[in-house]
Each structure stands twice: as C-alpha cells, then as structure tokens.
Design a binder for this molecule. Sequence first.
Ligand code: NOJ
Length: 541
Amino acid sequence: MQQDWWKEAVVYQVYWRSFLDSDGDGYGDLEGVIKKLDYIKYLGIDVIWLNPCYESPDIDNGYDISSYQEIMDKAGTMEVFNRLLEEVHKRDMKLIMDLVVNHTSDQHYWFQESRKSTDNPYRDYYIWKPGRNGREPNNWRSYFTPSTWEYDEKTNEYYFHSFAVEQPDLNWENPAVRREIYQMMRYWLDKGIDGFRMDVINLLAKIPGFPDAEKPEDISYLGNNPGIHDYLQEMHEEVLKDYDIFTVGEIPFVTPEDGLLYVGEDRKELNTLFHFEVLDDMKSWDLLQFKSIQKRWYEGLWKRGWNSQFLNNHDHTRLVTRFGNDKEYRQQSATCFATLIHTLPGIPYVFQGEEIGMTGVRFNSIDEYNDIAMINEYKERVANGEDSNSVFEELVPFSRDNSRTPMQWNDEKNAGFTSGQPWIQVNPNYHEINVKKALDDPDSIFYYYQNLIEMRKRHSVMTYGEYHPILEDHPTIYAYYRVDENEKWFILLNLSEEDTSFSFTENKVFVKQLVIHNYPVKQDSANSIRLRPYEARVYTI
Ligand code: NOJ
C-alpha cells in the first residue's frame, strides 16, 4: 500500500468557539487556539481540523458563510489566522480548514444579488424554481426544516436549501460558481493551509428535474446524485492536484461501494471520508452492528481507498455519553473506545475534550439550547401537536450542543474557558473533569490517548497493517489482529459493562507482550482471563 503522510496522521478537531476565549467576549477564538497549540502537540497530534471561522452571521455556527476570504469577528482577524498557521507549522503540525461549498449564508453578496431579480447576473448562482400549484416545487425535506424550498416574494419563486432557510444551496451546475469556488480554494491553499474537511461534499449535485420523493422523510435523495463525481474530479484537476494536501469529505448516506467512488486511489477525487453508518444509523451502541460496519468498510476499501475513524464530533454527542458509560465507567469506557478508534484501520480523529473524557450535557429547557437543528425540530413537532416535554426529552440526548459546551481547562470560573459570559453554558462537571486535573494524573484518559498515539506512530502496522477480526459473533468482546510483514498485534476489548471471559488457548491466540491496558494487570500469563467492564488490552504477538 502506498505510504502517504496523511494516512499516518492523527487529527484533532478544534471547535474554536468552544476552545479558549482570549478576549473575554464569551466565544473561543483563534488567539485562544494559538495559546493551546503546545497542549495539542503534547497529545501527539499531527493535523488540526479547524471548524469554519469565515465571516458569517452565525446562525449555524459558521456553516453559513457570508464571505469566504474573511475571518469572522468572533474568531479574530486575518492577521491572527496567519499567525495561527505559522505557529501550527512551527510545531511541525498541519492545519486543515472546513470547506463549506454546498451552500452559503443568505447574507452572502452572491445571494443578496441573486434574489434581486430573475435576470440578475448572480441569479443562477443558486437554485430557483417557480412554485407548483401555489406551493413548493416538490415535496423534499431539508435537514433542518419541513421543506427544502423557501418562497421569496420579490421574484415570486422558491430557492433551494438543504439546511436552514438562511443557508441557500449553491448551483453547482453553473460553471461560474465552480470557478469562484476553485479560486477561493486556491486562495487558502496558497496561503499554506494543508487541506480541507469538506462539508457535506456529496450534496453538491441534485437529482435532475427535482422529482417528488416517495418517502420525503428519508432525505438520502439529497446526496450522491448524478454529476457529483464530475464536480469532484474537476475540483481535483483544477485545484487539489497541485498541492500535497489532506482532503476528507463529509459524506452521509454512503455505502462502501459508493464510498470508494469518492476516495478510490485511482479516482482523483478525495483522500478519505467520514461516512455515517455509525453516528447516523446506530442510535445506541450495538457491537455486532459496529463489527459488521467495520468489516464491510475494510473489505470495500482495502488496498483501494482510505477510511476515517471517529465516534463523535461537533454534530454528535460525546462518545463516552452516547456509547460508553459517563458515570461509573467513564474512565474505562473512554479509554476502551479510544483503543478501538486508534487501532482500527483508518485515520483516527480526536474531537476536542474527548481526550479528557468530557461528557454530554443536559440543560433545563429548550431556551438554553443553541443548536438550530434541535430548536427547529422542536418547534416543528410542537407546532404539529406533539407534547413539548416528550419532544424535549427525545431530543436532549442527540442535541449537537452535547459536544459544543466549552473546553474544560481547569476548575476555576467557567472552567478557565472565558473570563466573560460563555456563549453556551459550561458543563457543570468541570470541577471533576478538566485538563489541569488530567495533566496532573499519570493515569488519566489524556495520558492514555497520548500513549496510544505514540504507539501508533512507532508501529506502522497500526496504519498500514491488515485487519483480521476473530469472534465475530461475540456480543461483548471485540478482538482483532493487525498484521504486516514485520509485526502482528492483537487487540482485545470488552465493550460492555459485564465481566466477560476470554480464553487465549481456545482462540489460539499466542500473545507475547501486553503493551497497552486500561486496568491494572497483575498476572498476564493465564490461559483464560476475565475482562472487566470496558477493559482494553493491546498485545504484541
Ligand atoms: C455538517 C456540519 O458538520 C454541520 O455542523 C452543519 O450544520 C451542516 N453540515 C451544514 O453545513
């Protein structure tokens, strides 16, 4: 398998608005990120993914961009951005930025022009259609609203939006749009950034003719449509091929077969992808389903394309709360899942705070939430007559705010995040869970991650090795080998709250040395062992 620096990377996601506030306005900022680069480096990180910090009215936390080549005031200035990039590079790390080009903000100049008249030169930068019998042009749902269409009185037509009303979709059929985007991408790459995380990149092409959907609530019709690969190959030809960069596409609704079309090494599109078979399709932990997802993706991509491994991000509740046990087994489940993510084939991602086992949150009422996805869904369902309390209870566990609370640096005011009023409440458990405490404790989750990452760096089998699972039908144990011509490793995880026994002899596993473990281990030579709740062991063979 061809070796590439980006395949060997461990990525840290910085959701800057919740990372560190340097000026007391209650929002994290780029200056704050600079202050903590040594911390990120100390963890062992190679690549930082920075969530969008472009000019934006901020109705979807920066995913509604009003100017692609300016920095949002809350985040800082272009001078600070340039310094951030320089400081990242000085530490021998790389920086990738979010590329949000499926849609812009409705405040973007292009859209402001586009909505003025049907013959405005920018009209076709977006997707406009006349209504059908006085209603929306079709029955499609958007991610955040009941319809993908918003009526605009001025020209008596509807515009298309896959997300909020304030996020109109760009019309990728228009070559002028594509040229503008490629130019903008070159602007950032020429500045020296090291790549892009591409927001919902498989949504760019729409189904020709916009026919009604049979099941409008299954919004997978928004993605993977005819023409998408032409756009990405053109983007590669016009921009990406000229730079040695890291590109990861956010690609919902995708199978391994389709995934390969985006990341196949012969395809000239993207390096790797985030698929959502785990985070979107597996509401709670299901080991058998997880194993089968891993197997299908491994077999689908092996030797042909590259996968990514992650169990949370700014859109998905923190892994220890959603999949582990954030109470009595917080430490054990956090480290067990970390072992999983850092030993499976594919690039591992750490979402800020994951490395100290930060947890999800529960606010008291909908008014305390900020997440537009949650708020819109709440309003829609309550307006349709559902009981507000039950809707609230149903939405709390999945609210994107679970992952967006401020980074917990210490047990001082606001967890050391800001001297001002934080834009979103700090998780009250910051006295217990914070970076200072983690760094003071040699047995902390932080050092466990650091150790895993270091081990990964030293042993390329964790990056390039084959993956061979055993006990595939076991409901609580996940066990697999990683193998290359020089080394063989064995990973043994008890992904449950029950003690589970495992027999080395019966399974013909002949281990040599226990290298990583998240429980104290007294004697290690027994033929059969009892794995404690969320126990993780990594052995050489
Ligand atoms: C995916 C992003 O991760 C999410 O935060 C955002 O709301 C949507 N794309 C729309 O840009």
